[in-house]
Design a protein. Sequence first.
Lengths: 207, 427
Amino acid sequence: MVASIGSLPPPGKDGKGLDGLLTALHTSRLSEIVGPRSAGGGSLLLTLLARATARGGLVALVDAADSLDPATAARAGLDLRALLWVRCGGRPASAWSAVDLLVRCPGFEAIALDLGAAGGSPPPSVGARLQRAAEGSGAAVIVRTPRHLLGSAATLVVAMRRVRAHWIGGDRPTRLGGLVSEARVLRSREDPRLATPERAWLIEWRA
Amino acid sequence: MTRIACLVVPGADERTRRFLLEVALAHSPSVEDGGPGIVYLDLRGLGALFGSEREIARRLLGAIGARGLTGHVGIASSRAGSRFATRSHDDITIIPPGGDARTLGPAPLALLDLDPHMAARFHRWGIRTLGELADLPARGLAERLGDEGSELQRLARGEDATPLRLWTPPPVFEESADCPWGVDTLDPLADLAASLVEILCERLVRHGFCADAFEWFCRLADRTVHEGRCAPAAPLAHPEAAVALVRSSLQAHPPRMAVEEITLRASPVRVIAAQPRFDESPRPSPRQLTTVLTRLGALADVHGVGSPRLLDTHRPDAMQMTPFTLSPSPLRREGRGMTRGSFFLAMHRMRPPRPVEVSLTAGLPAHLCAAGLTGRIVAGAGPWRISGDWWTDTTYARDEWDVELADGTLCRLARDARGWRLEAIYD
């Protein structure tokens, strides 16, 4: 049983309550999704990209660790033909440069940077530069990272926390059913009400 | 007086069609493509060059005969008359001026290439031949069928006032530069190619074309040819983006010795500018996208930029990178695929899968040890045996487990003859 946290809406199994968070992520020019591995951050990122392609937009994913699984991405609703996948093969420096290039090409609805488990340090003042370029291009730039990296440049920071894994099969599980994670807004420049401590979202991701 | 020749070669394919048009163009400046294996020529003024109409017909048949083709030539004062004349058993049939109406009398209505509705209407009226159509009262026909009826009747009478729809060969966009002294470094070669690209783009713009691919051919000092090809994400004719693309392609595949001649060829396509829909998402301009993709290719591995395509197999992580293109236009598909409740757990693949040490307790994974990821396994499910592609060289067979570590990390493990590997981490 998933415990209710404060005034949490029920787990976002049906998407209710989660739309506000997804909309905030989409309309903010530079956002961060922070959290450890297996906290649901990658799933949230894929959901955002999938929604953008469902609207007919083009999206770009700069994959620092070359770890995207296209099969699960397609299952999440991401139109792979509308995805520009930049595989950086474990080179975060190339990944930051790639985002810097992409954000200067108007026409992408969302540009995501997945830094993988390592994260690493961003180049100096990259946050402010990305924020300015994103405002010019109109794209939503989302950075998925284990920890908060972009400082005050990020318009929105969403922290992901793993609540529990869901196993199917009782004492001797037969398969992984999914993951329940909690999303909290740590900082929202455009809508500070989102960042109140009592506001959080429980999301149930199906495996 | 208009005189039209019709050259018909039955069973002509697309290459033959082009050949026939070129043969016709070698004899007359006014040529119409009548469909596969059918070419019309305007014969006016050709007498002084080639002689009589029969002589011109002989020359046409001789030209196609040299390529092993046989055909028929009909000459008349109208397209319909000349086409009907080719149905004769003779290779050459000439209807003298003014004789079209009489000759066309028994010809079937199908000769006019009527649309199905009109053909059905004439069929209901009992009109089967051009002669019967020509004999109908002109006023009554115009009252029932309008201008189209009058036009058809004129054609049936051999009165073809419409000029030929002239065919012109598609322009070839190719530029070459000689460098007999031999260019043996990449920068001057790329500069040379850039100047050719600029000329090509200027020509493309002048003709209203864009290029959807560029091919380059370098004649090397040893007389061999080094060639390459590059394609933008969308057809373009912007010199800057095209130069960046070709320069990057040359840098990715540099010639192995001095280049004595470089040739650049653009593949032209006609791009029709269309007003985007109001609800359509904005898209990158081909110029900017090509430039960005070129620079991205230089940043990361060039094969690491594109769109993934899933392969038709159950092999894990079976996918292929394809070039990112702006077509087909993505369509808004909200409500399909992205239904409420479709929140799926993402998986981060390890490429290549990372070898790990797994301790077993009672046959179940109990502890995992890998670089940067070590911990006690608190829950797990498996194994699932997956195998396939045994009919190919890339057969696979493994046991897979999903496990949860004490710190909450969810992993996909696999075990085969080579041992345990970390396949993916759920996120």
